[in-house]
Write a protein that binds this ligand. Structure first.
Ligand code: ATP
Ligand code: MG
Length: 409
């Protein structure tokens, strides 16, 4: 496997001990639409992309699903979203040789486009589609897209429609239309819900919602939790010792790094309970030295040097707090993280000790949720639900960054 730091992985780069996730997701999708719940960098997109790759690699008659993957991070309006979904659906009908259905479902005004779709790829129609739908609002889009979706039953395999970075798109709506975004989100998610609910028994389409921002919390905070409460949660757990070990050993083998056993144990101890991403960062730091042999002392020195110089691959954790939180939320989050540098603590203790004069309990809880979903901290069920950093590497990095006395390396 290659060391892919920061991008989703599939195939030989997908860690074998995590393949159960792909199988579990598939089983769930046979029954219902899902929301993938996991903090940032836990491997959400990788699981979906590996499922997609596996389906596409099969012979057509063995394939169980058609998977439409929509990456929505850059979409800023309902029109962007609907156009993307519409194109994916048209493309599916084209690939499954159902151009006639498009004619029937969309009506005469689309005949010319449908005829061309029989001859050229969807990318060749991008400009025409954009022009034709330039002034569409959600109601107009619903008229076009709803029949294409409800008619997916006529296609010979179940269709999975994946919305990756869906909550990021909702935040983009907020930036674009601060006055109207709530209504927009309400109408859009109500429509998507009605599509799920009008499905007959044994129906052939499902949705997957996924993203780096906690969708349930985002919707609850808007008072719109009911729009998604029918979705089943698919949880991606943090990595276990065997995952961390296999990752380090596989990457060491691939790049001819001779890490002594106690060096490997040290690396594993720093990333356990976090995500594979941290293991990738550590291996990257070892490789950057251009050395071959790594006794434990050397691994430790490289690790500490990496944290002291403010690792580039971890800095996005901090910049996201800068970008997305208000001043007060930032102050609150920094106080929580600083306190946790000295060890796990209960929410009540942190609020009572440090924050009761600064924010309300609701604001505090909202920041805690945000830090959990950003992948910084977790509630440790084996330690009475105390909050702690997700993995030791994050704690060490944050301590260094903020110069927390006693804990700083
Ligand atoms: N099964 C896996 N095997 C090996 N590496 C993985 C696996 N899953 C995730 N990773 C690594 O972890 C990091 C995050 O993966 P991915 O982008 O899939 O997560 P994500 O939860 O979608 O992240 P984000 O919240 O940023 O969208 C990447 O560096 C990726 O290479
Ligand atoms: Mg992702």
């Amino acid at each position: 496997m290659d060391n892919i730091t920061g991008n989703p992985v599939t195939d030989k780069d997908f860690l074998k001990t995590r393949l159960f996730l792909v199988n579990d997701l598939k089983k769930m999708l046979r029954k219902c639409s899902v929301i993938i719940e996991a903090p940032r960098r836990f491997g959400k997109t990788s699981v979906i992309k590996e499922l997609l790759r596996r389906e596409n690699a099969k012979r057509d008659d063995r394939r169980e699903f058609n998977v439409l993957f929509l990456e929505l991070e850059g979409d800023e309006t309902v029109n962007d979203f609907c156009l993307r979904l519409f194109k994916e659906l048209l493309n599916l009908y084209r690939i499954r040789k159902k151009i006639d259905s498009i004619n029937k479902l969309l009506g005469e005004s689309w005949n010319a486009i449908a005829a061309r779709l029989g001859k050229i790829k969807i990318a060749g129609l991008e400009l025409d589609l954009r022009e034709k739908t330039r002034n569409y609002d959600l109601a107009a889009w619903k008229n076009e897209i709803t029949p294409l979706i409800t008619h997916l039953d006529s296609i010979d395999k179940a269709t999975i429609i994946v919305f990756d970075e869906f909550p990021d798109m909702l935040l983009n709506f907020k930036k674009r239309e601060p006055e109207r975004y709530k209504d927009t989100i309400d109408s859009l998610t109500a429509w998507l819900r009605s599509l799920r609910q009008t499905q007959e028994e044994g129906c052939k389409y499902r949705f997957v919602f996924c993203g780096s921002i906690h969708l349930r919390k985002t919707m609850e905070e808007l008072g719109l939790g009911k729009r998604i409460n029918d979705l089943e949660s698919f949880v991606i757990p943090p990595i276990k010792r065997e995952d961390a070990l296999l990752l380090i050993e596989s990457l060491a083998k691939k790049y001819n790094l001779e890490i002594e056993p106690d060096g490997v144990v040290y690396m594993v101890s720093k990333i356990i309970e976090g995500s594979l991403y941290y293991g990738q960062i550590l291996v990257k730091a070892l490789r950057e030295t251009r050395e071959r042999n790594f006794p434990q002392e050397r691994v430790k020195a490289i690790y500490e040097a990496m944290l002291r110089r403010g690792n580039h691959d971890l800095n996005h954790y901090h910049s996201r707090l800068e970008d997305y939180l208000s001043l007060q939320e930032k102050e609150c989050s920094e106080a929580i993280l600083k306190h946790l540098c000295s060890g796990a603590a209960h929410e009540k203790e942190i609020f009572g000790l440090l924050l009761h004069n600064i924010c309300t309990v609701e604001q505090f809880q909202s920041v805690v949720h945000r830090l959990i979903y950003e992948g910084y901290i977790t509630r440790d069920i084996d330690d009475n639900g105390k909050l702690r950093f997700v993995a030791p590497i994050l704690k060490d990095w944050w301590s260094c960054k903020k110069g927390v006395p006693d804990v700083c390396l």
